[in-house]
Write a protein of this length. Structure first.
Length: 150
């Protein structure tokens, strides 16, 4: 008599355990696909190009806080693109390349949002070096000038 109720209980426990396993698997798969970005983070997507030719530039980007603390330094991809996840907040992007003028952009990253930034770098201004030459008398000329008053 005890054998039959025990097998019924075992069957019910087995079915319940199987159902819980299946439900748990669905929840874990759902959390993997829905959590694309961690909470309190957003994403910046930047495109860097030459202002004249519109060709992409593989520049260097410094991400700074508003207080000028360096967060990270990144290299732009050869196609001119840059993608980075950041905590929500305000940042400054300093975009640099040796052949172009440096550009600075202020951005705000919001949690779960994407901030798109297009940056066109212009040519670096040429520095013209000028030298002023003034002819001063040498020590011999100065001696005779002081001696004869001319």
């Amino acid at each position: 008599m005890l054998r039959q109720p025990l097998s019924t209980v075992q069957t019910l426990v087995g079915i319940l355990a199987g159902m819980l396993t299946i439900v748990g698997a669905f929840f874990s798969m759902g959390s993997l696909t829905s959590a694309a970005m961690p909470p309190h983070q957003g994403e910046i997507v930047a495109a860097v190009q030459d202002a004249r030719t519109r060709k992409p530039i593989a520049a260097t980007v410094e991400i700074l806080t508003p207080e000028d603390a360096l967060v990270t330094t990144l290299n732009v991809e050869p196609d001119g693109s840059l993608t980075r996840r950041l905590k929500e907040g305000r940042y400054r992007l300093r975009v640099m390349h040796s052949a172009f003028s440096t550009e600075v952009r202020h951005i705000e990253v919001q949690a779960g949002q994407r901030s798109n930034v297009r940056i066109a770098l212009g040519p670096r201004p040429r520095v013209v070096k000028t030298a002023t030459v003034s002819e001063e008398p040498g020590p011999v000329k100065k001696f005779f000038k002081d001696l004869f008053g001319q």
